[in-house]
Design a protein around this ligand. Structure first.
Ligand code: HEC
Ligand code: HEC
Length: 77
């Protein structure tokens, strides 16, 4: 096989593997808080979100990424 082809396959493979774990976080948005407007009314700060979604003490579905910041950037549409 020619080198350039191998090179391209390598890149494609790396993207595929990385993609499985992280597509979610590369501009793909999560579910929206607007699905439950009553629960989320007036909630704007990350610490508030984590009070209910931190995996250690979740009241709603636990977040798979408690270290993220700017929750509403991804969960508001
Ligand atoms: C008062 C507790 C509380 C707070 C604060 C809260 N949530 Fe929730 N959230 C819930 C509960 C409970 C559910 C599940 C509702 C259900 O399934 O009936 C939920 C559901 C969700 C869902 C899943 C929606 C879906 O369509 O399945 C997301 C995403 C979410 N919350 C994100 C957030 C974000 C981001 C914040 C901060 C802006 C936040 N939540 C603040 C309690 C809370
Ligand atoms: C970069 C975008 C991004 C940010 C920032 C982000 N999330 Fe998410 N979130 C996602 C995506 C995408 C998913 C779906 C991931 C999956 O299912 O693996 C998700 C899943 C969730 C879920 C699970 C919803 C369910 O119904 O299972 C919760 C809860 C959640 N996020 C809460 C939060 C909280 C709280 C914060 C802030 C501390 C936050 N997210 C920050 C993108 C983001």
């Amino acid at each position: 096989m020619k080198q350039p082809v191998k090179f391209l396959l390598g890149i494609a493979g790396a993207m595929l593997i990385g993609g499985c774990a992280h597509t979610a976080y590369l501009g793909f948005h999560g579910k929206s808080v607007n699905a439950f407007p009553d629960i989320h009314a007036g909630v704007t700060r990350d610490v508030q979100c984590l009070e209910c979604h931190h995996p250690d003490h979740a009241q709603g579905p636990p977040t798979p990424h408690p270290d993220f910041t700017g929750c509403l950037n991804c969960h508001n549409d």
